[in-house]
Design a binder for this molecule. Structure first.
Ligand code: FES
Length: 647
């Protein structure tokens, strides 16, 4: 046979194709996503690939420059007119001439808040819901009175294989002038999501248009983070963040729900505030990316249930108490216009499904990103905020819950606590003999006993202790014997160290003598014990549901998780015993999940289906929660062993 083996990287998909097949066709047939706007006319330049040369023993295939056709006239013309990087070929023009290994270059992603390099540079396989399609439409003919829009749709079906195509109403008055301006050549943006047979024409441009963008946005109760992503290359073009302006209505989630309940126009005010801020962020990323808002055609939002509801204009009162009823738990699809986002008038919006009344679309996005449901190992995902959202599972079964940890881990309710910001102590070590502390502060590389400290901290100076610093100082106090297993600060040590001082009937540990004086009080230790016991009890409950005694992998999501040292988290018993090398922080996994849903509509289906399958556990209703909680008040735990920690 004259068929040749073609292997596509990085997907690893392969198949045999007759000599002369275009590489683009081969990709299509194997379901490898290669972008194309011009439909193979060698004009859009979106279908670029690279030939890999050499012998690939693992795949038993050799590939060389001779395996692909030489550059033909159309491709040469494109390379001359536009810029085709060295080594790149247009897959719509290049044909298979021998066994071939093809690399589909994915412009990797650069995340502003780089936490774990490999996670942020993750290549997301693309299959976007919005697709640009260039077509050449037949000119009108008196003898065939088919409307301009109808001939356009006909051509789209013919060239691009769509089934039914509806057109957005706002396009109706625009079709004729745009077709004429483009001299019957136009680029259509077609949206296709849930239903493969139903497509929507959402935007139209004269001539060839070969760039379109989408937004991936995580609406947190404290901050909003947005990425502008090229729908054609997958590249993050710009990122921006802002504080959630709803903070002025209430610091935490419950106080915002109360605000809605107490103020007749409270819901409206908060919806307006968050949408306005998001609209400002859109302008910011568009400016930074050097694009027009009109070029943004799709958007994905993730948020906790209360932020999700307020963004959609839904009263969140029901989420304020049992049974924590969501107005809508499934994924939401709508026109971006309905949210007043001022993107392209045809732009779409997608919100990931919410898992439960206090396990939101953000947790769904983290689940999509980390994929417990895609693997055999038992994976625990912990996202610590005022509520800790916990997901535990594997391919077989996934369970989820939220635990009422309170804001202690974020530095609130701690006498010297503060949010993570320059000047906050984030690392602490206490000398086992002298009980003298050393610490490091956000914004400085020096330890407190290094020469040049505290000048290195800059203008702020040392201001307080952030969440990860509190975890470390309490863990170190436990390791040095300053606090007992029950969390009591040992006053007898006051005789040995000036760091232990009386504070009413209890004792405190003086972390810093300088202004401001920072101490860890008995109440602070208690607050951390309560928070960690709530977190651990929730995790333990899920482990019981899964009938496991240990977990294989632990992923910390979110800002808190990025800075916390897993070893100290385990010393305090925040998380169950696990191989330390299998415990990692995954940074803004919710943002990654949002990007995945933006770039590939199959991921939307995947998470919708997974969320339907996830078993939701209501910690408040579980009788064993209290029992686990009590045991988890001890350090690290009254009864549960931590053998890997001991080792
Ligand atoms: Fe447009 Fe190849 S598909 S250049």
């Amino acid at each position: 046979t004259t068929d040749h083996l073609v292997l596509f990287m990085p997907s690893g998909k392969r198949g045999r194709f007759p000599k002369g097949t275009t590489v683009l066709d081969a990709a299509r047939q194997l379901g490898v996503y290669v972008e194309s706007v011009c439909g193979g006319r060698a004009t859009c330049g979106r279908c670029q690939i690279e030939v890999q040369e050499g012998h690939f023993a693992k795949h038993k295939i050799s590939s060389s420059k001779e395996s692909i056709s030489p550059v033909g006239p159309r491709e040469a013309r494109y390379a001359e007119k536009r810029d085709l990087p060295a080594g790149r070929r247009l897959s719509c023009s290049a044909t298979v001439e021998g066994d071939l290994v093809v690399d589909v270059p994915q412009d990797t992603v650069i995340n502003a808040q780089v936490v774990r390099k490999d996670a942020d540079a993750r290549v997301i396989e693309r299959f976007p819901a919005v697709h640009l399609c260039y077509v050449e439409v037949e000119e009108p003919d008196m003898h065939r009175p088919l409307g301009d829009l109808d001939r356009l749709r006909q051509q789209l079906r013919k060239d691009w294989g769509f089934g039914r195509i509806e057109a957005d109403a706002h396009l109706l008055p625009l079709v004729q002038p745009i077709l004429r301006e483009g001299r019957w050549s136009v680029t259509a943006a077609v949206h296709q999501d849930e239903d493969d047979d139903a497509a929507r024409l959402i935007a139209l441009w004269p001539g060839l248009k070969n760039e379109a963008y989408g937004l991936a946005c995580d609406i947190g109760s404290t901050t909003i983070a947005m990425h502008l992503v090229s729908l054609l290359s997958g590249r993050v073009v710009a990122s921006a963040g802002a504080s959630n302006p709803q903070i002025r209505f209430g610091e935490d989630l419950m106080s915002r729900v109360s605000y809605v309940m107490m103020n007749p126009d409270g819901r409206e005010a908060m919806t307006r505030a968050v949408r306005q801020e998001i609209s400002k962020l859109v302008q910011k990323v568009a400016d930074n990316g050097g694009i027009e808002r009109d070029d943004i055609l799709d958007s994905v939002f993730v948020a906790n249930p209360i932020m999700h509801h307020l963004f959609l204009g839904i009263d969140p009162t029901e989420l304020g108490g049992a049974p924590f009823a969501l107005a809508v738990s499934g994924a939401v699809r709508m026109n971006a216009d309905d949210l007043r986002l001022k993107l392209n008038p045809g732009a779409r919006t997608y919100l990931l499904p919410c898992i439960a009344g206090h396990v939101g679309a953000d947790a769904a996005a983290v689940t999509l990103s980390e994929g417990p449901h895609r693997q055999d190992r038992m994976m625990l995902i912990v996202d610590v905020g005022t509520n800790a959202e916990i997901v535990l599972g594997n391919r077989e079964r996934v369970v989820a819950a939220s635990s009422p940890t309170g804001p202690a881990f974020e530095g609130a309710e701690i006498s010297s606590g503060q949010r993570a910001a320059p000047g906050a102590i984030e690392r602490v070590r206490i000398d086992r003999q002298t009980l003298e502390p050393r610490y490091r502060v956000i914004g400085s590389d020096l330890w407190s006993d290094d020469p040049g400290f505290p000048a290195s901290v800059g203008e702020t100076g040392v201001t307080g202790v952030c969440g990860s610093g509190i975890i470390e100082v309490v863990a170190e106090m436990y390791l040095t014997g300053i606090i007992s297993e029950d969390g009591v600060i040992d006053g007898a040590l006051a005789a040995r160290s000036p760091r232990i001082v009386a504070n009413g009937r209890t004792f405190s540990y003086v972390l810093s003598e300088a202004e401001p004086r920072l101490t860890i009080t008995q109440n602070d230790v208690r607050a951390i014990q309560l928070a960690k016991a709530a977190l651990y009890a929730g995790i333990r409950l899920l482990m019981e549901k899964q009938e496991v005694e240990t977990v294989d992998v632990i992923r910390f999501a979110g800002a808190f998780g990025s800075f916390i040292d897993p070893q100290y988290a385990m010393v305090l018993g925040l998380i169950p015993d696990c191989e330390l090398e299998n415990v990692s922080a995954v940074g803004n996994a919710a943002g990654t999940g949002a990007r995945m849903a933006l770039l590939n509509r199959n991921f939307r289906r995947e998470i919708e289906e997974t969320v339907r399958r996830i078993e939701k556990i209501e910690t408040a209703l579980e009788p064993k929660f209290q029992e686990h909680f009590v045991h988890a008040m001890a350090l690290p735990n009254k009864i549960d062993p931590f053998p890997k920690l001991a080792a």
